[in-house]
Design a protein around this ligand. Structure first.
Ligand code: LIP
Length: 267
């Protein structure tokens, strides 16, 4: 499958599909009061809504037509082993920031990553409330609504950083806040958006200089990681090891400017 080429027509069709899904997300109101709209999942404060499922179904149906034979690894379905390694596999988070979505706290975004023979190839993230689309293809740069973006050249001491609290994993709370304190003493201030995909896009466009989260599903970071790397960021796991796109992971991502420093937390 390594000879697969993403044509302009295919890319624009993916953009049109994710924007369509955005209209569905925007159409939702009062989710918390809608009977039966929310279901609890495993882990603390981990939810799925009927909209997560609808958007996921719409994406898989649309992408199956555009990319015959592609596999799908998605947050709101059972994912069989062996989907990720060969050929084209889409990594889908229909609503990243589901708790934000339920509480009408912005942002919530839709995230589509594409692996080609197990390697990250494409990332598309759409914020339907701000109508902002981030996209990147390996080796071709990163774009925000069609304009090329680059990460910040500033050092950490002149940067904001963002973090994710890994709220589904209570055993990670203490470690998350210890690390937040570590970076807060070295950066301007901290931000928490509630969406890993959005945090990685903010890093890619130079708004922040560093983002970390101690545990994420592959669907939370697959697309944002390609966008961030194509914007000049360095992204690893929390120990500085290369990310493996084969399942959940910690994420530590920094801008070009911060990458010039010794930013890994001292052990
Ligand atoms: C969310 C992530 C966020 C993290 C949340 C959750 P979801 O993804 O984007 O960074 O802190 O715990 O994992 O579950 O809304 O798709």
């Amino acid at each position: 499958m390594s000879d697969f080429v993403l044509t302009t027509a295919l890319r624009n069709a993916v953009f049109a599909l994710i924007r369509d899904c955005g209209a569905l997300v925007r159409s939702a109101h009062d989710i918390e009061r809608a009977r039966g709209a929310i279901t609890d999942k495993a882990g603390a404060a981990n939810y799925v809504t009927v909209y997560d499922v609808k958007v996921q179904e719409k994406l898989i149906a649309g992408l199956s037509v555009l990319f015959p034979g592609a596999q799908f690894f998605a947050e709101e379905k059972e994912n069989a082993p062996g989907l990720l390694e060969n050929g084209l596999c889409f990594i889908i988070d229909p609503i990243d920031g589901t708790t934000n979505f339920i509480k009408a706290y912005r942002p919530s975004v839709t995230s589509i990553g594409l692996l080609k023979d197990g390697k990250p190839f494409i990332g598309v993230v759409y914020n339907p409330y701000e109508k902002v689309l981030y996209a990147a293809e390996r080796g071709k740069g990163a774009f925000r609504n069609g304009t090329r973006i680059h990460s910040s050249g500033e050092p950490l001491a002149r940067s904001l950083f963002s973090m994710g609290t890994s709220p589904y994993y209570e055993e990670l709370t203490e470690g998350s806040f210890k690390l937040a304190e570590y970076y807060l003493r070295r950066a301007i201030d901290m931000r928490r958006s509630g969406s890993a995909a959005w945090d990685l896009c903010q890093l890619a466009s130079g708004v922040t200089g560093l983002y970390f989260e101690l545990r994420l599903g592959l669907w939370d970071f697959a697309a944002g990681a390609v966008i961030a790397e194509e914007a000049g960021c360095v992204i690893t796991d929390i120990d500085g090891k290369p990310l493996t796109y084969d399942g959940p992971s910690s994420v530590l991502a920094v801008s070009e400017g911060v990458a010039r420093e010794a930013y890994l937390p001292e052990k």
